[in-house]
Write a protein that binds this ligand. Structure first.
Ligand SMILES: Nc1ncnc2c1ncn2[C@@H]1O[C@H](COP(=O)(O)OP(=O)(O)OP(=O)(O)O)[C@@H](O)[C@H]1O
Length: 250
């Protein structure tokens, strides 16, 4: 059985226009892949297809050897696929810690029903540097903490594949530094976690991901080791809109 994620010939069409056109790539188990591309290139559409919110017109998504086509969005989490959203979707009436604990209710059946103490909600909040807000409501916490709380909630479901949709969007420079530290902490504690990171901050992506996949107008224009992809002429053109001596490398 192949572990990790395999995306084969995915096509997603809105009103006759391909938001994704025959996109194929794979992410090996434990690999962190950055999915980048200009505005409107199809990154969020890809995450929505992977998480089952959108049904593709063609193609398949295979995770750890299982074809997810017939698996509904809400059941994919029990198969080990978890995600965050660009704008954190936390329950307003629950504390940050209570929100994080909600993730434990969606652990895969193969996992212990309740996480070990070393993987408790409080422990993840501490690792991600936001434990001081554990008992606060989301509205009382900084935006960066709300975004990290959503990541912690996703981790509580014990995913083998985590999809992060623009975790740095809306964060201050300081919060971005904290985010990178928090994500590195996740890698330290979950070395087998496979991660797909959608993000506009290419420097941040390059500091975390060993591989990149680049979308442009719904097509995959590059995929491979981070530094190789960033040196690719087609990638520079997609980002800068012109062939030039400027460097897309952060
Ligand atoms: N629900 C939808 N209905 C119609 N068109 C859509 C829908 N979602 C996305 N699109 C279109 O699909 C294309 C890809 O959009 P998508 O949001 O996936 O791009 P993106 O790379 O995530 O962009 P951004 O970086 O700005 O978030 C765009 O042309 C967009 O207008």
């Amino acid at each position: 059985m192949t572990t990790g994620l395999e995306v084969r010939d995915l096509t997603m069409t809105f009103s006759g226009v391909d938001a994704l056109a025959q996109v194929s790539f794979s992410i090996g188990e434990g690999v962190w892949l950055g999915l980048i591309g200009p505005n409107g290139s199809g990154k969020s559409t890809m995450l929505n297809v992977l998480s089952g919110l959108y049904r593709p017109r063609a193609g398949s998504v295979v995770m750890n050897g299982h074809d997810l086509q017939a698996v509904r969005a809400r059941h994919r989490i029990r198969q080990g696929l978890s995600r965050t959203f660009q704008h954190p979707q936390l329950a307003a009436s629950l504390t940050i810690l209570e929100n994080v604990m909600v993730g434990a209710a969606h652990r895969p059946t193969a996992e212990a029903p309740s996480p070990p103490a070393s993987d408790s909600g409080a422990e993840w909040l501490r690792r991600l540097g936001c434990d001081e807000y554990a008992e606060h409501l989301p509205s009382e916490a900084p935006y960066g903490v709300q975004k990290l709380a959503e990541v912690a909630r996703a981790l509580m479901s014990a995913p083998s594949l985590l999809l992060l949709d623009e975790p740095a969007a809306g964060l201050s420079a300081r919060e971005r530094v904290d985010l990178v530290a928090a994500l590195k902490e996740i890698r330290r504690h979950r070395p087998t976690l496979t991660l797909c990171l959608v993000e506009h901050d290419v420097g941040l992506v390059a500091s975390l991901c060993s591989e990149l996949a680049v979308l442009s107008a719904g097509r995959l224009i590059a995929n491979g080791p981070t530094q190789t992809v960033l040196a690719d002429e087609a990638v520079k053109v997609a980002y800068l809109g012109t062939r030039s001596t400027h460097d897309a490398t952060p």
